[in-house]
Design a protein around this ligand. Sequence first.
Ligand code: NAP
Length: 303
Amino acid sequence: MSFRSVAIIGLGLLGGSTGLAVRQYLPGCATTGWDANPATRARAAERGLVARVCDTAVEAVADADLVILCVPVGAMGDVARLIAPALKADAVISDVGSSKQTVAEALAEALPGMAVVPAHPVAGTERSGPDAGFAALFQKRWCIITPPADADPAKVEALRQFWETLGAKVEVMTPQHHDMVLAVTSHLPHLIAYTIVGTADDLEDVTQSEVIKYSAGGFRDFTRIAASDPTMWRDVFLSNKEAVLSMLQRFTEDLTALQRAIRVGDGQQLFDHFTRTRDIRRSIIEEGQDDARPDFGRSDHSA
Ligand code: NAP
């Protein structure tokens, strides 16, 4: 089974990139799209993010074999209810949300009897909106599919092939496992970046111009992450609450241990810890998940 018509709801970074990638790598596949924001719909049409931008969500999904929800995770349930009456009976409904357990529950509740196969392409940038998307976003990035236990294997396989055609490497796991792994690899780093940039901004004895001037000392890399979309990240933390709080507890304990090493002058502990973390960075580069260049090669990925 393969998809001949794909509908994308939400035409920002993920929706736009998915539309552009389908148009580039699956040229025989029809693409429709809709976004709640009329200005986004107009810009999406100008950029050709999908072949046909529709005036309503219902119109966008009516002929689709695959519907991909690319809206903030807190909006998934509402959007699913909106499109429910118009879906083809055998359509596959998926999403790109950054947390999976609550999204899977919201979609299953809103779409009883439908083939819901949630997914998360672990690919993104700090940019958002209809100008942010680009076709190569998913190249060599992982896409995690989290099918329910009773999912039709043929539909899961079709979704796997879809993402592989768009350039992604696919892994299948439970939504619970996804949420725990992503809490540590993505959600916690964002929380730390949001905190550290906020703390620097609050410091009264360091001026904002000094923060900007001397940002190359590590702070700059946090500001990139902390520039990520506020709506998206508010929803991620609220929807993956348990796993994030659990990882935050672990992180706080480890931070306290490093704090103690600094206080008592335990240089060996600091050195050993930093040596271990440097190895992780090397492994990430070797896996092709980042770039060793000083700007991480990101200047090559402008939209
Ligand atoms: P985005 O660029 O802000 O795009 C989301 C789009 O959805 C916006 O155009 C937004 O319009 C629209 N929207 C919001 N509520 C809607 C609704 N109820 N119905 C229809 N459209 C609605 O955000 P994004 O980065 O693409 O994120 C979309 C999804 O991808 C999220 O679930 C996120 O967790 C996931 N994701 C993001 C990344 C990343 O790095 N950004 C990576 C992987 C997965 P307005 O702007 O007018 O609200």
